[in-house]
Design a protein around this ligand. Structure first.
Ligand SMILES: *[C@@H]1O[C@H](CO)[C@@H](O)[C@H](O)[C@H]1NC(C)=O
Ligand SMILES: *[C@@H]1O[C@H](CO)[C@@H](O)[C@H](O)[C@H]1NC(C)=O
Ligand SMILES: *[C@@H]1O[C@H](CO)[C@@H](O)[C@H](O)[C@H]1NC(C)=O
Ligand SMILES: *[C@@H]1O[C@H](CO)[C@@H](O)[C@H](O)[C@H]1NC(C)=O
Ligand SMILES: *[C@@H]1O[C@H](CO)[C@@H](O)[C@H](O)[C@H]1NC(C)=O
Ligand SMILES: *[C@@H]1O[C@H](CO)[C@@H](O)[C@H](O)[C@H]1NC(C)=O
Length: 364
């Protein structure tokens, strides 16, 4: 090979200059900071760790069906980049509800998507994912109608095929540059030929167990419909407690659950999973994301090899600084309040719901 050396330099130079010409001609925009970090622009979407808000729409106080304290605008402002939700068909309208719309109704998908659109328009250098649990198997065309009504279909990325390996995803920079920086996963009914931007979850992502009540948080595959050695993966890192026989969110342990290290912490599960699967999780779903004062975002930054340096501190734990709801709750979340309202809440709801089977009350 040595005798080719004199030729190599001119050949490489001319190749580079022609590439540069092509590049200058075709590039219209070049993001220099992606999801808050220059280092992430050249990383495949499938090689980034994102914090996700479990049941992101289930916001409020005094309810066993609440998983977050802050609305999705605040979640996004604080650094959440996957919004998970549970969609139901409520008399022909897609509503975001917890288990049943009679028990908890977090509003319409249309309003939710409109809030996402507003935030994304104001934050053009961020890639955001949605994970929609399609509880009533609503058809993609019906979702498409709502995405169009919210103006989000034009921001949604349509992959080149129905399922991609983790390394097959575009970089964050190219998603941002192309303007297609919303990545939408649907748990059931996705149809690549009908609506290509509604991406099938389980052929693209595998998940760990959910609704766990012990702090082990193992990293075993719980649900998938694909090749787990190459898929992206999601860890369900939210701890439940059993209340009157049902799993319910456990805000009292959220500081520990969301922590950077220690037994039952997010940091610990990430380490366990990285060891077991030779790569970090792509998505980490948490409850009450602000507990830990940004610890969940610090875990993500460490996994991504970037520095955690928030421009502003994350919201105050428990939603105590939120005044928009008109709630009289001014201190952190109160366990006694939750328990006190539970019997009336459950009995009333069950009386209305009538046919809801207790065994079907999975809170995921
Ligand atoms: C979201 O909550 C914040 C407080 O955290 C509030 O200022 C804002 O008005 C809310 N936004 C929407 C769209 O409800
Ligand atoms: C949604 O509910 C409406 C009325 O309740 C029904 O007509 C429609 O078939 C349902 N759609 C799906 C996809 O289940
Ligand atoms: C998956 O997780 C659920 C909820 O934690 C559990 O009931 C189920 O047995 C798990 N399934 C597998 C295959 O691990
Ligand atoms: C969680 O930590 C915050 C400080 O960041 C503290 O104010 C709050 O009381 C803690 N909550 C619980 C339930 O331990
Ligand atoms: C991204 O790639 C690096 C280098 O191979 C790896 O250490 C890391 O775990 C990957 N992260 C994800 C989320 O795949
Ligand atoms: C929370 O974290 C911020 C940095 O993000 C820090 O400035 C602040 O002091 C922390 N607050 C508490 C109560 O630990």
């Amino acid at each position: 090979m040595r005798f080719l050396q004199p030729l190599a330099t001119p050949v490489v130079l001319s190749l580079l200059s022609s590439l540069a010409g092509t590049y200058a001609f075709s590039a219209t925009r070049r993001a220099t900071v992606c999801n808050g970090h220059a280092e992430l622009c050249d990383r495949s979407f499938g090689n980034v760790t994102f914090v996700g808000a479990h049941d992101s729409y289930a916001v409020g106080t005094n309810s066993l069906f609440v998983n977050q304290d802050y609305n999705i605008t605040q979640q996004l402002n604080d650094g959440v980049r996957m919004l998970q939700s549970q969609a139901h068909n409520q008399s022909g309208v897609i509503e975001l509800c917890h288990t049943s719309c009679t028990l908890q109704d977090g509003g319409s998908l249309k309003d939710y998507l409109t809030e996402v659109k507003t935030w994304m328009d104001a934050n053009p250098n961020d890639v955001v994912s949605l994970l929609i649990v399609n509880s009533d198997n609503v058809a993609p065309s019906e979702y498409d109608t709502v995405f169009k009504a919210a103006g989000l279909d034009t921001l949604a990325y349509a992959p080149t095929s129905a399922s991609l390996t983790a390394s097959g995803w575009p970089t964050l920079g190219s998603l941002i540059d192309s303007g297609k920086r919303l990545v939408v996963f649907l748990s059931t009914t996705a149809d690549f030929n009908a609506v290509p931007y509604l991406i099938d979850e389980f052929t693209n992502i595998w998940e760990t167990a959910y609704d766990v009540t012990d702090t082990t948080f193992d990293c075993n595959v719980n649900r998938t419909n694909g090749d787990t050695s190459t898929q992206m993966y999601l860890i369900n890192h939210f701890l439940d407690k059993i209340v009157a026989g049902f799993p319910a969110p456990d805000p009292d342990k959220a500081n520990t659950t969301n922590a950077v290290s220690g037994v039952g912490s997010l940091g610990q599960q990430v380490q366990t999973c990285a060891t077991q699967h030779d790569r970090n999780p792509n998505f980490m779903l948490v409850d009450f994301y602000e507990y830990g004062n940004g610890s969940v975002f610090q875990v993500a930054a460490t996994a991504n090899g970037v520095t955690y340096s928030p421009a502003t501190p994350v919201a105050t734990p428990g939603g105590s600084s939120s005044s928009s709801s008109g709630s009289s709750v001014t201190s952190t979340r109160n366990e006694a309040v939750d328990l006190r309202i539970f019997p009336a809440h459950l009995v009333g709801s069950l009386a209305v719901a009538g046919g809801v089977m207790l065994g079907a009350l999975s809170l995921f």
